[in-house]
Design a protein. Structure first.
Length: 384
């Protein structure tokens, strides 16, 4: 049934494109670096993986506006409960962030709606298969695999958008040169080792000339000793010299670190998290502080962008928020001290604290009362 619906959806196209713009040589993909090649570069893959894993792992809570109150929904909307035809919500959100990080755009095809016409199931499309005609930014036209799809059936989230455009800037395309430098350096390193690399040492006889056969036999015996970690004994007529790292090899290592730092800067990720060099002498007092900085300066813009897009698909009085506090979870003592302050200040009750610790509410509504500021209310006495 769903496949028949998709065929009808594709049949909505008024015209097909004979020359696909995402094919190499087309207007929007000329000389473009493929995502598969870009992901072979370890720092680039690490950045995409870190963003996608971090965002997808955060709890997503839906709320309802009621006057001046913001009340959490008892049950999540259908779109957040089971958003994809195949896979979990984690995988669904992960695909969305991967598309944004690779191509600067996430395109979702609406597969199902509720009785009011709101989307309840969205499948993310491969961004390389979608083209946006945004010559008229207020009325963009979407094409999937060369066929036009009604804009009402497409959910489009863009990352970095230029004024007058609808489609986001693709990091893989915009920074193809920097990514290419890293790939070239990786290929150089691989070929260097495939060719045997630099000999670890030289073993020279200072008294006589060694013919090729003797040299080969000596090399094999010496290599075997080194590999087994056994002592090497030789006379005064042999000179053993270990090879040092050359300036060229040192520059190669620096090139790899610099490339990792540049790629981390594209995504706003601390470079030391993906193998790059830190920008200064900044250090973190503990892991919690490092996580807090990561959430504040790296993840927050991504979370706000996704929250706005998902909230626009819900009823007008509902919205969603990521619980970023789960990323910077404190140690046990610090967490319990924070709970105590919340209880004594009267802005949380015992049941709300127990929910944060994944514990059930107290029976008979004992934990539903709020304390007067500065004084923790005792639990009500049980009836005899």
């Amino acid at each position: 049934m769903r496949m028949m619906w998709l065929r009808r959806l594709l049949g909505l196209g008024k015209r097909a494109i004979s020359s696909l713009p995402w094919v190499a040589g087309g207007p929007s993909n000329s000389g473009q670096l493929s995502t598969d090649k870009a992901l072979r570069l370890i720092p680039f893959f690490a950045c995409v993986r870190l963003l996608a894993d971090s965002v997808a792992a955060l709890p997503l809570q839906a709320y309802r506006k009621s006057g001046g109150l913001r009340l959490p929904l008892a049950s999540p909307p259908a779109l957040l409960d089971n958003p994809a035809a195949v896979g979990t919500r984690f995988a669904w959100m992960h695909k969305c962030v991967v598309s944004l990080a690779l191509r600067g755009n996430a395109y979702g095809l609406v597969l199902d709606r509720d009785w009011l016409g709101r989307p309840t199931m969205i499948e993310w499309l491969h961004p390389d298969e979608v083209h946006v005609d945004d010559e008229q930014p207020t009325r963009p036209r979407y094409y999937w695999q060369g066929r036009e799809v009604a804009s009402s059936e497409i959910v489009h989230i863009a990352w970095f958008t230029l004024p007058g455009r609808v489609a986001g800037l693709s990091p893989v395309s915009a920074f193809a040169h920097s990514i290419g430098v890293g790939l070239s350096a990786t290929r150089y390193g691989a070929s260097w080792f495939e060719r045997g690399g630099q000999p670890p040492a030289t073993f020279k006889n200072t008294q006589k000339t060694i013919d090729p056969e003797e040299s080969e036999a000596i090399t094999e015996r010496l290599t075997a000793k080194i590999r087994r970690g056994e002592p090497l004994v030789y006379g005064a007529d042999w000179d053993y010299t270990g090879m040092q790292v050359t300036p060229e090899d040192s520059q190669f290592i620096q090139t790899m670190k610099l490339n990792a730092t540049q790629i981390a800067a594209i995504f706003g990720i601390p470079p030391e998290m993906v193998g790059g060099e830190p920008g200064g002498s900044l250090t973190y007092a503990n892991v919690e502080q490092q996580a807090l900085n990561f959430v504040t300066f790296t993840l927050q813009p991504w979370l706000v962008r996704l929250e706005a897009a998902l909230s626009s698909l819900l009823p007008r009085d509902q919205y969603v928020r990521f619980n970023a506090d789960a990323m910077a979870r404190a140690d046990l003592e610090t967490r319990y001290r924070a709970h105590h302050l919340a209880l004594t200040d009267g802005w949380m009750n015992r049941d709300e604290v127990r929910v944060l610790e994944e514990r059930p509410p107290l029976p008979d509504g004992q934990g539903a009362t709020y304390a007067e500021p500065g004084q923790l209310n005792p639990l009500p006495a049980k009836a005899a």
